[in-house]
Design a binder for this molecule. Sequence first.
Ligand code: AP5
Length: 224
Amino acid sequence: MPELSLILFGPPGAGKGTQADRLRIDFRLPFISTGDMLRNNVKDNTELGLEARKFMDAGDLVPDELILAMVGERLKEPDSEDGFILDGFPRTYEQALALDQLLSERGRRITAAILVDVPDEAVVRRLSGRRVCVKAGHNYHVDFDPPKHDAVCDQDGSRLIQRDDDKPDVVRNRLMVYHSQTEPLISYYDEQGVMRRIDGTRSPDEVHDHIRAVIATLRLEDDV
Ligand code: AP5
């Protein structure tokens, strides 16, 4: 099976985590989310978590050096030798350049950067209604994807809460940060010929089908 090194990116609330839950079942590729890794560090009160929290609570990016050290360690683990799906990384030019460097040292390159695209007004609607479970971070939405029982996770029975960074003023800042620091990566990956765009305004099932079709095509192209 050819190696697939994929990046899943897009604005906050585009549905990356929702798709991650589905894709990790479909593909035997490790799913590496820098947001989840940081939240686990915050939960465990690690040094990194304590440092990262102030940036996350404000909706700002955690400094590149902290992120690069964390991701560099993660990509050394044996499960990512045959490929990976990265979610929420890279988010700056510096991170993108560092990732390219790290991969080229191993004779590898990014197979595709998959952009899940959603306009700002939909992001605000999605994040204001998002609920996540305290145990594993499973995602719900009060209107678009409600749990079967109010405020209880369908998958593990734990309590559902609203994320601290889903408050309206923090969401506005996250969107601003996305447009100024992460969106420019679209042209970076376009120039490399690896950008694939997905319409994230469609239903979660349709977005999932589209991403699966893109990945299946990439696998076929690599087989040829
Ligand atoms: P991170 O956790 O990566 O947050 P994000 O990119 O802002 O993305 P979200 O998790 O908010 O949204 P999502 O796209 O996963 O959407 P979801 O599926 O939940 O990062 C958090 C923070 O960590 C950052 O702000 C930063 O501080 C720091 N950080 C992380 N990585 C970093 C890095 N590389 N460098 C520096 N700092 C970093 O969906 C949202 C809602 O919409 C849910 O309720 C869901 O049910 C609903 N929904 C999903 N899909 C659909 C659909 N198709 N239709 C209708 N509703 C939908």
